[in-house]
Write a new protein. Structure first.
Length: 159
């Protein structure tokens, strides 16, 4: 499980920074997707490049989860780093972060799901490409085809 940090004294000056694992294909796919939505409102940096800039956050914690670090020093970890990041998009989505903060069950569910993904990154990356295609900027909803195929097979099997 990843640790959560409330603040860092080494806050970025100009805009928030989302720190992620640059060696993770799954992470890169979804960071590209988020970067497309936020345009230039967030700096996206790998922990391999900037972990030394935040000495009050241990390197081992950067390896476990992404971190969104706001200009006021607030730190959002794991799934909340992405939820909070969506608030910086060209069409801000505040629902996910609000639920994460307000509802304990949603916080636990999000953290649990994030940990499962973090421990199975190669499998999750393959699954992501199968469900959405290889280009994070242009989703192809292959999962719809899979559902229709399953429904068709079930219909044939039970008729």
């Amino acid at each position: 499980m990843f640790a959560k940090f409330e603040k860092t004294v080494y806050s970025p000056k100009l805009k928030p920074v989302l720190v992620w694992d640059g060696e993770c294909g799954f992470c890169k796919f979804w960071i590209i997707r988020l970067k497309t939505r936020t345009e230039d409102r967030i700096d996206f940096k790998t922990y391999q490049d900037v972990a030394d800039s935040f000495p009050d956050i241990p390197l081992k914690e950067f390896k476990k989860a992404s971190r969104l670090i706001e200009t006021n020093g607030s730190v959002y970890s794991g799934p909340d780093s992405l939820y909070r990041g969506l608030e910086h998009s060209k069409k801000p989505t505040r629902l996910w972060h609000r639920w994460y903060v307000q509802y304990n069950f949603f916080t636990k569910l999000s953290d649990y799901g994030y940990n499962i993904i973090a421990k199975n990154r190669p499998f999750m990356f393959t699954s992501t490409k199968l469900l959405f295609g290889k280009n994070p900027k242009r989703f192809k909803l292959y999962w719809l085809v899979y559902i229709m195929l399953i429904v068709a097979l079930l219909t044939i099997a039970f008729n």
